[in-house]
Design a protein around this ligand. Structure first.
Ligand code: NAD
Length: 669
């Protein structure tokens, strides 16, 4: 297809004549069939809702087809309207536009739906099983059309995948404002999502799926590397490195699959248990894990041999993680680091496979005898925890990886509670590592995408970022010098680690100063034509300020405010009037619907003075909002970081906490 033909198709939106009915392609990874949750009356409503996108002349034919989709898959995806051109992050000049900002957003949407990137591309799901960009293909077509015609005097409003329309605004306003899954709080339980999503009125946007900011697996690799590296430091003496340390974990799925690669980059030896051969072989073929071993003793012996050589090496143990933990405990092996990334946020529908039965038996039990299945999962968790406890008594450092392992183990009555019977025995990775070491100082998953889609531009940006960070590191205070060194190492090795899947994107943990200086240097390079086309800046929602999530991103907030969501809401409002090109705010992401409010932004740098003004204003707020809240919660690192930010910018005046003496409080109460 030529560029002109592509532009014409995008600009036409929903075609006036019906395309041919689509075939259900069996070799595509499709979304799970959703449970039938609608009453008869609600099904009628879902059909009427879907038909709103089409003229009446097509209603009869489409109504029959959409009813079939609803009956078969539990949702109306409108497969017939899925375009037959390749959806991918093409070079920006392919996207028809009146403003380059809109073209950049089209590129980002296309990347989230790319076959190489998206988990269930035909159902418009990018990751996490239900992280949707749109609910159906009509929404995709209409959104792309709106973007192709919008000017810099308009803003597109997105309600959970539905493009409500273009509204007059102004040049400095966001071009797109996105909400996903926002509910009246009392209607935000898992079954509410099933129902309202089936009705076609809301969607689960996860974090970067519904906000067009997903960049494939490299995002998670960087975060996991930082976690494993810092976990290893926590248990090391002054001059001891990660070499020869043993890390045990599980899961080689969507995000958990990053663990062996990150462990190698961090320099440790790892064994990751994975029950599903398909998942293990996929990661092995991609080079993300070095070898697969099916015998538990052989896997342990192989790890020990690499520990002795002090050589980083990753092993996939093809089997149940409980088997691995129990064998390590029986053999009294000295394990240094332990975690778990099975999908325990979803324990009763395939997220965690119990030990002692095959996957097929488990799948059968799960749908036919759910109570028996639940008993088996809980028994398995009790066994897993027992073995882990034995190894931690022997010096292992264990942490929860944001997958609800501790929560579900406690519900299974495993021996996982601390002595006070309120806290868990073990910390979560945000409480112990990511929160106090990164988020409190403003370090978070900053990222960018080169819209030329040319790897040479990405290389140029990597070099620019290295220069900027090395300059900052010369005068960085000791409190953040380790972070600076880690991030410089990461960006220097990023190209060699071959992390790009889909768009030419890079992730780099950076604080407010780093993000601003890197962005400024990119803008200058675009102006000087050293970089061919605009750059999109963004970040994961799993960051300093964007996400209120009491069991993950804000789990190291101890003033009681971790169950509030003011920070995420302020963040998105603040970003939107300080120059973001698009903003988004979501209910749900990572830990589940109703459990988290999270937001993000995208910002297009085009080399202009306007872009420079915006980036300085918005990035400063985007990071310091969260640091302020963490400082008010009395977190030491954040108090340090916000005082430093106030010294840098006298316009910033943040309320600082006075710390009451515990003895005084104990005397009074
Ligand atoms: N800490 C983080 O940064 C972070 C990031 C993303 C996800 N998570 C959480 O981690 C979990 C995993 O995410 P994912 O995207 O990889 O999910 P996934 O479902 O794609 O992968 C989980 C894997 O665990 C395997 N598994 C399940 N039970 C097992 C068992 N008993 N023994 C061995 N293997 C078993 C499954 O076969 C699957 O491949 C989720 O709960 C997610 O929310 C944490």
């Amino acid at each position: 297809m030529t560029k002109e033909e592509f532009k014409k198709i995008i600009s036409q939106g929903i075609p006036d004549e019906l395309p041919k009915p689509a075939k259900y392609e069996k070799d595509i990874n499709h979304a799970p069939i959703r449970k039938q949750i609608l009453t008869l009356e609600e099904k009628k409503l879902a059909l009427k809702n879907a038909l709103r996108y089409f003229p009446e002349k097509h209603h009869r034919e489409l109504a029959v087809e959409f009813k079939e989709e609803l009956d078969k898959y539990g949702r109306i995806y409108m497969y017939r309207f899925r375009p037959d051109y390749e959806i991918t992050a093409r070079d920006i000049s392919w996207f028809p536009h009146k403003t380059v900002q809109a073209a950049a957003i089209m590129l980002m949407i296309s990347n989230n739906l790319d076959y190489a990137v998206a988990q269930h591309p035909h159902e418009l799901i990018t990751y996490g099983g239900n992280g949707a960009v749109f609910q159906n293909w009509a929404q995709y077509l209409l959104t792309m059309q709106y973007l192709s015609e919008m000017t810099e005097e308009q803003t597109l409003v997105m309600y959970s995948g539905h493009p409500m329309g273009l509204y007059p605004s102004h040049k400095d306003a966001p071009r797109v404002v996105v909400t996903n899954g926002m509910m009246i709080p009392n209607y935000s339980k898992p079954d509410d999502w099933e129902k309202f999503n089936a009705l076609g009125v809301t969607q689960y946007g996860q974090m970067t799926a519904g906000s067009y900011m997903y960049i494939g697996p490299q995002g998670i690799v960087h975060g996991t590397t930082i976690t494993v590296l810092n976990a290893s430091r926590k248990i090391s003496s002054a001059n001891e490195g990660p070499e020869g340390k043993l890390f045990i974990t599980s899961g080689l799925g969507g995000m958990s699959g990053a663990q062996p690669k990150a462990a190698n980059i961090a320099g440790v030896v790892s064994i990751t248990a994975e029950i599903n051969p398909k998942a293990a072989h996929k990661r092995h073929e991609q080079g993300w894990v070095d070898e697969i071993i099916t015998n538990v003793d052989e896997a342990i012996d192989s790890a020990i041999s690499y520990q002795q050589k002090k050589e980083a090496h990753s092993i996939a143990f093809l089997g149940n993680v409980v088997e691995l933990w129990e064998r390590l405990a029986e053999r009294n092996i000295k394990v240094d680091l332990g975690s778990d990334q099975t999908s325990l946020h979803n324990p009763w529908a395939g997220g965690y496979y119990p030990v002692g039965i095959s996957c097929e038996e488990a799948n059968d039990l799960m749908s036919n005898k759910p109570d028996e299945f639940k008993d088996k999962v809980q028994e398995s968790l009790r066994r897993q925890v027992k073995a882990i406890n034995k190894l931690t008594a022997n010096g292992m450092y264990f942490f929860d990886y944001g997958n609800a392992f501790l929560l579900e183990s406690s519900r299974a009555n495993a021996d996982i509670m601390a002595e006070n019977n309120i806290d868990f025995r073990y910390p979560s990775y945000v409480q112990d590592i990511m929160g106090p070491m990164c988020f409190d100082y403003g370090f978070g998953p900053f990222r960018w995408v080169c819209t030329s889609s040319d790897p040479k531009d990405l290389e140029e940006t990597d070099n620019i970022a290295i220069n900027v960070l090395e300059n900052i590191a010369k005068t960085a205070p000791v409190e953040i010098s380790q972070q600076m060194r880690d991030n410089i190492k990461w960006i220097k090795e990023a190209k060699a680690n071959k992390l790009v899947v889909g768009s030419q994107a890079r992730i780099l943990y950076a604080d407010a100063q780093g993000r601003i200086k890197i962005a400024q240097a990119f803008n200058d390079a675009i102006k000087a034509k050293k970089i061919k086309a605009p750059i999109v800046l963004g970040r994961d929602h799993h960051d300093v300020s964007g996400t209120d999530s009491p069991f993950r991103e804000t789990s190291n907030i101890y003033d009681g405010s971790k169950f509030t969501a003011d920070m995420a809401i302020h963040n998105v409002i603040g970003d939107s009037f300080r120059g973001a090109t698009w903003v988004s705010i979501h209910n749900g992401g990572g830990v589940g619907w109703g459990e988290v409010i999270n937001g993000g932004f995208g910002m297009v740098l085009d080399g202009s003075d306007d872009a420079e003004r915006r980036l300085k204003m918005m990035l400063f707020w985007d990071v310091n909002n969260g640091i302020s809240r963490r400082s008010w919660a009395k977190n030491d690192g954040a108090i340090f970081a916000i005082k430093r930010a106030m010294e840098d910018n006298p316009e910033l005046k943040v309320t600082l906490p006075n710390i009451a003496d515990d003895k005084l409080i104990d005397e009074i109460i």
